[in-house]
Design a protein around this ligand. Structure first.
Ligand code: HAM
Length: 449
């Protein structure tokens, strides 16, 4: 017999896991909504070119792409930023900006599955469309932080600026007399993102960079913490003599400085500057940030969030539109989200069908269904679907963790009452349906449910 397995890199979510995920989703949505973000949803698949236009080689290699029956080259979305901007260009070009959107959806990447890295995973993200000011950047980072806080997850926020790195690279290229095309610059950025030092060295040497220049680039990407801005300023200015103030990258440093101030003074959001943050996607133009979980549990996949400022609307037929956003790796968060599923109070309505003649059986079943209809407006209520006898139904009630059985036999039917049995204590009493509702509510309150 053939056993059909789950596709590699995908997961099934059983009820307990789903309760946790729904609770996380609820908390994250609630925060985003409070900050004035509105939820949007885009299709699961798009024209592949939406992503090939700018997302970066990493993602292209990892895309689930295919040709459909109509000959269209499509891709399952590897992320949601490009789709959301496409939606903006298609539907909302004239809308008043900035637009604040959030989304929650599955993404697909054909990568090597490992702990916390899947081929189907979920992102919860937010985008401000129409702004990449320090104010927009600080808001996006502070929102991400607040979402983490609401989830009681600790993470460290690291902020960099790809504009500074790119400008510095341009300065080094000029000094070394090397010219790099867009692809080559992107390649170096991606290698920085991966921390692939040797490959950077190899590539830059081959391009003709001087050893000093390579060392300077490593110096820049290793800048961290409080002094990072000061040191970066010196590195950007060095060799520019008196005109240092006009050096490239300095305006971007000032932008980063402004974001840092808004975060510390305005939002009270803790962060670390890290000029080595380069991101794996090519569309970023300005500030970039990543959040790393403190929990050990995620192993090598500690990056729970990534984002920054970017411009892609013009690639999809829109005007050049600065935007800023982030996406959380929802599955990584779910691995470390502290959660204990609340036990739902369940009630099982049990008609006593044994020995009953056909007409009575039917009456009992109808009475059970009617009673369940009343109970359902107060509690999670189930009824038998297998025509089982009393003890089998009670055993099932026990197995699913029900707290109460509402038993309806011939006598109860005649008297218009039910027998309420507390399945934890075994106590039972004959009461009206109304009283039964009250009684269950009272005991639930006592049990803390
Ligand atoms: P990203 O860094 O590629 O950015 O993905 C965001 C987050 O998704 C990552 O930080 C990680 O937690 C999670 N993630 C990525 N790949 C996987 C995977 N295979 N399995 C599990 N989790 C994964 C973006 O996608 C950008 N669109 C973020 C953004 C929004 N930038 C601006 N706006």
């Amino acid at each position: 017999m053939v056993k059909v397995e789950r596709v590699r890199g995908t997961r099934d979510f059983l009820p307990t896991e789903m309760k946790k995920r729904r609770e996380m989703e609820r908390i994250m949505r609630e925060v985003a909504i409070k900050w004035g973000y509105e939820e949007v949803q885009t299709p699961t698949f798009e024209h592949a070119e939406l992503f090939t236009l700018k997302s970066g080689e990493e993602i292209l290699k990892e895309m689930y792409e295919f040709v459909d029956k109509g000959g269209r080259h499509l891709a399952l979305r590897p992320e949601l930023t490009a789709p959301v901007i496409r939606m903006f260009v298609n539907e909302l070009k004239m809308a008043r900006k900035p637009l604040r959107f959030f989304y929650f959806g599955n993404c697909f990447r054909y990568e090597e599955p490992q702990r916390a890295r899947y081929r189907e995973f979920w992102q919860f993200g937010a985008e401000i469309i129409g702004a990449d000011s320090p104010e927009a950047q600080a808001e996006i980072i502070a929102l991400a932080h607040e979402i983490l806080n609401a989830l009681h997850i600790k993470g460290s926020i690291e902020i960099g600026h790809v504009g500074i790195l790119r400008d510095f690279l341009a300065k080094l290229s000029e000094e070394s007399g090397v010219s790099l095309n867009e692809d080559e610059k992107n390649k170096i950025m991606r290698l920085i993102d991966k921390g692939a030092k040797e490959q950077i060295e190899e590539f830059m040497r081959a391009k003709g960079f001087k050893e000093d220049a390579i060392a300077d680039l490593f110096g820049m990407v290793s800048l961290r913490g409080e002094d990072a801005l000061k040191e970066a300023r010196e590195m950007l200015r060095s060799g520019d003599g008196e005109n240092g103030e006009n050096s490239r990258g300095l305006d971007k440093l000032r932008e980063l400085e402004a974001v840092a101030e808004l975060l510390s003074e305005g939002y009270g959001t803790p962060f670390t500057l890290n000029l080595g943050i380069a991101r794996g996607l090519d569309y970023y133009t300005g500030l970039v940030f990543e959040i790393y979980a403190e929990a050990e549990k995620l192993g090598a996949q500690r990056q729970i969030c990534g984002g920054g400022s970017y411009r892609i609307a013009h690639l999809f037929g829109g005007e050049d539109t600065p935007s800023t956003g982030f996406a959380f790796g929802f599955d990584r968060l779910s691995e470390i989200f502290p959660f204990e599923a609340p036990s739902d109070l369940k009630v099982v309505v049990v008609p006593v069908l044994r020995k009953a003649d056909a007409g009575l059986r039917r009456d009992l079943q109808i009475a059970a269904l009617k009673t369940a209809r009343i109970l359902r407006s107060h509690f999670v209520t189930l009824t038998d679907v297998l025509g089982r006898n009393l003890s089998a139904q009670l055993a099932y009630a026990d197995a699913i963790g029900a707290s109460f059985a509402v038993i309806i036999g011939e006598r109860e039917l005649k008297e218009g009452r039910i027998t309420l049995r507390n399945l934890h204590t075994g106590e039972q009493e004959s009461v009206s349906v109304e009283k039964c509702v009250r009684k269950i509510k009272e005991s639930a309150a006592k049990m803390g449910g």
